[in-house]
Design a protein around this ligand. Structure first.
Ligand code: HEC
Ligand code: HEC
Length: 333
């Protein structure tokens, strides 16, 4: 936190991203578990030589109860919680596919396509707002909404979990009140908070390993900063921490016509998505309308920045974005 404050006081060129970092850190009250979120969102591992960077590494230490995480993991991947027993949270948020299902739109338990592209479940602890609209500020609130995807409601879910002996036992061992709405939330959220992917090549670079990025990847990062991508995609999650009001954006970022048109009648605002593990989460945008990263970056430059697209520069930025693929439980995604 000290480092953020210092950068703002200095008023150096990075002040704008620093200001967004302030919003990121201070602007939103922590969700389920204050201590865990606070510890995740502060990071002391950054190398002194990179403290002026607008992006921070993903913290690799979490302070979660392993038993609650294990319980949440079972629930997240268990299709029996769906009243039709066809889909689990982890089918749309597939950990083997970058935390998504790599479809433009997913199909939920009722057979209905989702309104928006499924975002990754990885690193959700570092987002301060959830959904493309950013309408939820806590994972607790979000969970109630997610129950619709698996065709259940709180009373039904409590009953289902109670009817599965292994769960009833697991809950009773961990929580004095056993299977309750609050405890189910606690288990789900504990698991979600554990889904961090630290140690991407870029994070190793931020932590001081100057050989972690090749010359062209570094060049891509320079372009990412000089084009102003970092104004929106910054902080530890390289996005996920604020919402754009589409009608209120001033130049140079007022050039959002395509997003505005595609969102017409659906949303007036859009959260800046995280770019962590973005090489794995195609197709891109709220409507899955960009099939490759090259296409997504070209469109960002063209539609958001309104400047000419140079294919070689796009390729360099893509090379940089590929360095954002992290490790889950020590294994590269
Ligand atoms: C049918 C596919 C599907 C299923 C099943 C599903 N989700 Fe999602 N999930 C989505 C979509 C789509 C969104 C984005 C919704 C939006 O932006 O309006 C989302 C968003 C989320 C987010 C917010 C991520 C972010 O950064 O914005 C979390 C957390 C989440 N889901 C957790 C869950 C949990 C927990 C379950 C199981 C109870 C679940 N999801 C089941 C498709 C699914
Ligand atoms: C004004 C804020 C802003 C700026 C500046 C910006 N972006 Fe974005 N970015 C967004 C928003 C909002 C979206 C979601 C757009 C949509 O879904 O239609 C997005 C989406 C993306 C995506 C797709 C992510 C996904 O998971 O679907 C990529 C990749 C991306 N941006 C890269 C960049 C790059 C590279 C730059 C600089 C050339 C950049 N962005 C500049 C706000 C911004």
């Amino acid at each position: 936190m000290g480092f953020t404050r210092k950068r703002v006081v200095n008023g150096k060129p990075n002040a704008l991203p620093a200001l967004f970092c302030m919003i990121f850190i201070f602007g939103h009250p922590a969700a389920a578990n204050d201590t865990t979120l606070a510890s995740l969102r502060q990071n002391t591992d950054i190398s002194p030589i990179h403290t002026r960077e607008p992006i921070r590494p993903i913290p690799d230490k979490t302070f979660l109860s392993p038993e609650k995480v294990a319980l949440g993991e079972k629930l997240f991947h268990d299709r029996r919680l769906d009243s039709k027993q066809v889909i689990a949270c982890g089918d749309c948020h597939n950990l083997n596919l970058g935390g998504t299902d790599q479809l433009a739109f997913s199909v939920n338990s009722a057979g209905t396509p989702t309104r928006f592209n499924t975002p990754s479940i990885f690193n959700v602890a570092l987002n301060t707002q959830y959904y493309w609209s950013g309408k939820f500020e806590t994972l607790d609130e979000q969970l109630t909404d997610a129950l619709a995807e698996i065709n259940t409601t709180w009373p039904q879910l409590i009953q289902t979990i109670n009817s599965i002996p292994e769960y009833a036992e697991h809950f009773n061992n961990l929580y004095s009140e056993g299977v309750t709405k609050e405890n189910i939330k606690d288990a789900f959220v504990s698991y979600e908070l554990s889904l961090a992917t630290p140690d991407s090549s870029f994070d190793l670079y931020l932590k001081g390993d100057t050989n972690a990025l090749s010359a062209k990847e570094l060049q891509g990062y320079k372009l990412f900063k000089s084009f102003g991508c970092v104004t929106c995609h910054q902080g530890a999650n390289i996005g996920g921490n604020f919402v754009l009001q589409l009608d209120k954006l001033a130049p140079p970022f007022g050039n959002l016509n395509s997003t505005r048109t595609r969102l017409h009648g659906k949303l007036e605002q859009i959260r800046v998505p995280s770019l962590r593990n973005v090489a794995l989460t195609a197709p891109y945008f709220h409507d899955g309308s960009a099939t490759t990263l090259h296409q997504a970056v070209s469109r960002m430059i063209d539609e958001y920045l309104g400047i000419g697209v140079d294919d070689q520069q796009v390729a360099q930025i893509v090379d940089f974005l590929k360095t954002l693929t992290g490790k889950y439980k020590g294994q590269k995604l």
